[in-house]
Design a protein around this ligand. Structure first.
Ligand code: ADP
Ligand code: ASP
Ligand code: MG
Length: 404
């Protein structure tokens, strides 16, 4: 008898028919003799709807109230699934994070899980119940509700699997695995049978939203194997696991894009020690993540500094950066939120040269201007105008022969 954690995303629980479909999968797993813990997202579109309401109520809603509101979508789906399972003759109980105790730090909207209490879950499993747990949420030390960042139910599922040492963590979604690029953008995308934690992590960080980056970090740390599967078919699947000798060491194994990017440029910054610290410290203090940073060579003691943040943070970031720019005597601040980041990822890059040059050449051939570049050992990212996103993904996918 194995312990299986199954997570179902928003499109998989979008209405009662689909929740019944989830129930059938859960029952099949239970009938095969397994203990099952189900983690659910809110119905598709529901978290967006709640976020929208929050911003109608207040331009800058209090983050404690905000998290308490946007976590409610998951309460609806977990209770509905439990009701359906009960109706079909299976013992099932829904749980919110405070009822189990999934503890997090106090960083609202992007909280990190610090501890999972397994006692309650083990008790319930012993009674033969299916546990249906709300994803995306936790509680902090004050018992206030926190949320784990968009897509956070993936992380809830991996955290439970790690804490309970589950045999399997299955992530059910609307595609049947992890592909060489988003199959909804390019129909030549190819499904990967297996992918290493490191490649998956880079892909997730670079925008492949099929798994939340933190879920992959956690899976790697606790060696939880993840199966990504479709909730609508039994075909396919991708195993995310430790790198091994059999895994293909492709130079490039995936192309990703991230439209959640905005570019901030500070013009004519005096080039002296402490300037970057003055610009970026307030952003860090407000929990705003800075992604790429470039600083131009200085001319006559002045330089331009450009960096990217998430589009949802750009308004707040602009205010903070403008204050800092006034302080340090920079000329002005420019904002561009019509950019996107396109990346290529592959563990084989470590031992191959010329990959970056090839990427730049391919983009140039299409007349796509590269506005920023960043690299890691196994990833090269370029910021381009957002309108070129699909084109860039397709030409890179073709050029690196990912289809075959
Ligand atoms: P869920 O609601 O189930 O959590 P998400 O929308 O968060 O689903 O993630 C699934 C989506 O991820 C797919 O519909 C697909 O458009 C997108 N995606 C982006 N990159 C990839 C990729 N490389 N492989 C598979 N899916 C991807
Ligand atoms: N419902 C949350 C969101 O839309 C969490 C999730 O779906 O994983 O981001
Ligand atoms: Mg998701």
């Amino acid at each position: 008898m194995a312990l299986v954690v199954q997570k179902y995303g928003g499109t998989s629980v979008a209405d009662i028919k689909r929740i019944e479909n989830v129930a059938r999968r859960v029952i099949k797993t239970k009938q095969a003799g397994n203990d099952v813990i189900v983690v659910l997202s809110a119905m598709a579109g529901e978290t967006d709807r709640l976020i929208n309401l929050a911003h109608q109520a207040a331009a800058d809603p209090d983050s404690r109230e905000y998290d308490a509101l946007i976590s409610t979508g998951e309460q609806v789906t977990v209770t509905l699934l439990s009701m359906v399972l009960n109706r079909l003759g299976y013992k099932a109980r829904s749980f919110l994070s405070f009822q189990i105790k999934i503890n997090t730090d106090r960083a609202h909207k992007k909280a990190r899980i610090t501890k999972v209490d397994t006692r309650k879950m083990r008790e319930e499993l012993k009674k033969g119940s299916v546990l249906v747990v709300a994803g995306f949420q936790g509680v902090d030390e004050e018992n206030d509700i926190t949320t784990l960042g968009r897509g956070g139910s993936d992380t809830s599922a991996v955290a439970l699997a790690a804490a309970l040492k589950a045999d399997l963590c299955e992530i059910f979604t609307d595609v049947d695995g992890v592909y060489t690029t988003d199959p909804n953008i390019y129909d030549k995308a190819r499904r990967l049978e297996r992918i290493s934690y490191d490649e998956m992590l880079e892909m997730a960080r670079a925008g492949a939203k099929v798994l939340q980056p933190r879920s992959v970090e956690m899976a790697k740390k606790y060696e939880v194997p993840i199966y990504v599967k479709s909730s609508f078919s039994d075909e396919g699947g991708t195993l995310v696991t430790k790198e091994d000798k059999e895994m293909e060491k492709e130079v490039v194994s995936g192309v990703t894009y991230d439209r959640d990017q905005a570019k901030i440029t500070v013009i004519n910054v005096p080039d002296r020690p402490g300037i970057a610290a003055r610009l970026f410290t307030p952003l860090a203090e407000h929990n705003i993540m800075v992604d790429m940073i470039i600083q131009n060579v200085s001319v006559d003691g002045f330089t331009d500094l450009t960096f990217t943040v998430s589009r949802k943070d750009v308004k707040q970031a602009a205010v903070l950066v403008q204050e800092a720019a006034n302080d340090i005597g920079a000329a002005r601040v420019e904002i561009d939120d019509s950019v996107a980041k396109v990346s290529i990822i592959g563990v084989g890059m470590v031992s191959h040269s010329g990959v970056a040059a090839k990427m730049f050449t391919i983009l140039a051939k299409e007349g796509i201007n590269i506005e920023m570049i960043s690299t890691s050992e196994i990833k090269i990212s370029c910021v381009v105008k957002a309108k070129y996103t699909e084109l860039a993904v397709m030409v890179l996918h073709d050029a690196f022969e990912l289809e075959k």
